[in-house]
Design a protein around this ligand. Sequence first.
Ligand code: HEC
Length: 126
Amino acid sequence: MRSFSALLTFSFLLWLASAPLAWGDAAKGAEYFQNPEQGNCQSCHYPDSRRLAGPGLKGVTQRHSEEWLEMFFKDPQKTWKSDHPETLELKERVRKTRVPVTVCRKQNIAAENYQNLMDYLKSLQD
Ligand code: HEC
């Protein structure tokens, strides 16, 4: 019986320790977005609807599915070459239907940064 409750406590602690990875932290995502040493996304994107080198990212998680965003962040060039409807829509919107590569080249965002970044991007709405 004692070992069972020890196991229960251990499992609970393990669950607690893993929780922050599963739920992102938008403030950390904002830091990642802005920090030139990290994501450096702000060098090309405003968090509102103004255009910089890239589109303003306000409402981006409404324009795109999480599936597409994950694919794009993992491999922007491959996603750019695919005929996924969200890619075609983006190319039309930025008037680059004939441009073979995307300028947005951030790849392989580490898992913990990815969740935080997604939570931050979700917060960029009205
Ligand atoms: C060197 C400039 C540059 C950097 C740095 C950059 N992007 Fe981009 N991004 C672009 C451009 C430009 C596009 C539009 C596609 C194109 O023209 O190639 C784009 C497109 C996107 C899109 C699709 C937007 C839409 O409206 O559909 C998302 C999402 C995005 N970027 C997120 C990010 C994130 C997150 C980072 C940081 C990790 C980042 N970008 C860093 C230039 C950049």
